[in-house]
Write a protein that binds this ligand. Structure first.
Ligand SMILES: Cc1cc2nc3c(=O)[nH]c(=O)nc-3n(C[C@H](O)[C@H](O)[C@H](O)COP(=O)(O)OP(=O)(O)OC[C@H]3O[C@@H](n4cnc5c(N)ncnc54)[C@H](O)[C@@H]3O)c2cc1C
Length: 462
């Protein structure tokens, strides 16, 4: 149902007129996310309390309009887009860190807190919140929970779901629920916290998050290894684990990615190399030194042409700048790129690298890959000219072939970016019909009138 004057009046009554935006330019500002697609919402509302969120959802149920929860709009798969109209609900006014408890190693916060700000806040108290998407300077903790965000440190420390202890959320029926615990353990009932984590705003709106924290590691060492052959870089990743070292990050850039980062940042990266690995170890200083030495040896044994152990924090920061700057740099060079984030068992990375080379040769398209190699998580980008339908067709066929191959290798079609609208057509390549039906029943229970984030995750027509 369209958002008419009486609905707008009611929304203004709930959250105040200033926080309901219905002018064209205000709505257009919330028409996009990092998926590069655009859908203008019918209105944008900015609640500041859980009670307001619940009232808005109840109004939506009464008047049959859609509600799309949103964080910072950095999602890569179109999850925060109003694809079928309705109201966009950025949670950015709910941006308070409510408590940090160093003795119990937990923190409570609102969903609009920016992830990087929260990390800095806990680090100032000697604490550590490891999930670290490369967008951490902008994305929100609510968006991270809804997508179950990962990031470079997932190799050793896991992903967002491994840190969420409990949630407060408003279901699609407008009920406020509190899930999970604030303790180290808790097994009472089904794990609704884990169910909502990664549900992409389709079941409930997250209004409060309890996360666990760790003590901040005392020392970190970053090592870079430059390779003439990408296959050697791929083999290094599994060899590091076989050597008994759990790096906190192992990031990888292929030659196209190195070239892109270098032309964007100009920091002297070796553009003739086929691959660079960026490896990081942490722990107490002695343990870190020993692990770093072992990592250097494994890289050398696997024919790295140059291995640098970086002691200097500024130099390490520069390398991370190149890695974290890659996604925005790629948008600059190919605004219409197709961007996938497949994961394979890390021993299968060499197979995926060969497959990508084969697809590149077969299609003649520019393909750039980089990512969290330590998790087997490869961000695979096909650079496209939107006006070229032949290239688009070839690219889409290449994506299907890569997905089939990934699943054959025992992998998954998305490690951290979620399904949203971009991967919804491929959802049933990985998830069986029986599971899809179970998931639809769960959706019916949480959101009986399907007002929350329509058109996402499930395959079209499901
Ligand atoms: C340059 C760049 C680098 C990135 N690097 C990484 C990376 O390393 N790892 C990674 O995992 N991701 C990465 N991402 C993807 C993205 O940043 C993450 O998915 C992030 O979690 C999205 O957060 P957000 O606040 O921007 O959410 P949005 O994009 O606004 O929303 C994402 C989804 O969450 C839902 N949502 C948001 N808030 C709530 C809420 N309070 N309650 C219920 N649902 C909600 C939305 O409906 C939508 O479905 C990257 C993106 C960019 C642009």
């Amino acid at each position: 149902m369209p958002i008419d004057a009486s609905i707008l009046k009611n929304l203004k009554k709930i959250i105040g007129p200033k926080h309901v935006h219905d002018a064209w330019h205000q709505r257009a500002a919330y028409a996009y996310d990092a998926s590069n697609r655009e859908f203008v919402p019918d209105a944008v509302v900015f609640p500041s309390t859980t009670a307001q969120v619940a009232e808005i959802i109840r109004l939506a149920n009464l008047n049959s309009f859609f509600v799309i929860p949103r964080g910072a709009g950095t999602g890569m798969t179109g999850g925060a887009l109003a694809v079928q109209g309705g109201i966009m609900m950025p949670m950015t006014r709910m941006d308070q860190v409510l408590s940090i408890d160093p003795a119990n190693l937990v923190a409570d916060l609102e969903p609009g807190v920016v992830t990087g700000d929260f990390q800095k806040m806990v680090e100032a108290q000697g604490l550590f919140y490891p999930p670290d998407p490369s967008s951490s300077a902008y994305c929100t903790m609510g968006g991270n929970v809804a997508e179950c965000a990962g990031g470079p440190k997932a190799v050793k420390y896991g992903v967002t779901r491994d840190y969420v202890l409990g949630l407060e959320a408003v279901t699609g029926a407008g009920e406020i629920i509190k899930t999970g615990v604030r303790t180290a353990k808790g097994v009472v009932g089904y794990d609704l916290t884990r169910l909502i984590t990664g549900s992409e705003g389709t079941l409930a709106v997250i209004t409060r998050i309890t996360v666990r924290l760790l003590p901040l590691p005392e020392s970190v060492r970053t090592i870079t290894a430059v390779y003439d052959k990408i296959d050697d870089a791929a083999k290094t990743v599994a060899a590091v684990f076989s050597a008994g070292v759990i790096c906190r990050s192992i990031e990888y850039l292929d030659q196209a990615a190195i070239g892109c980062a270098e032309s964007h940042l100009g920091i002297g990266l070796p553009t003739d190399a086929e691959a660079i690995l960026l490896l990081e170890v942490d722990g107490d200083p002695q343990q870190t030194e020993r692990a770093a030495e072992r990592v250097v040896k494994v890289c050398q044994d696997n024919h790295a042409r140059k291995v640098t152990g970086v002691g200097d924090a500024a130099e390490a920061a520069n390398l991370w700048k190149a890695r974290k700057g890659l996604s925005p740099a790629l948008f600059k060079y190919g605004p219409h790129k197709i961007n996938e984030d497949i994961v394979v068992p890390r021993t299968k990375i060499p197979d995926v690298v060969r497959k990508i080379n084969e697809l590149r040769a077969k299609t003649g398209l520019t393909m750039v890959s980089f990512g969290h190699a330590g998790d087997g998580n490869i961000h695979f980008n096909i650079m496209l000219d939107k006006e070229d339908p032949v290239a688009l067709e070839k690219a889409e066929a290449a994506v299907v072939e890569l997905f089939q191959y990934t699943l054959q290798l025992g992998g998954t079609i998305s490690g951290e970016h979620g399904v949203g609208i971009s991967k919804a057509p491929y959802f049933d390549m990985e998830v069986s019909q029986t599971q899809i039906e179970l998931m639809l029943h769960i959706k019916d229970v949480f959101d009986p009138n399907h007002i929350l984030n329509p058109g996402k995750m499930f395959p079209p027509g499901a």
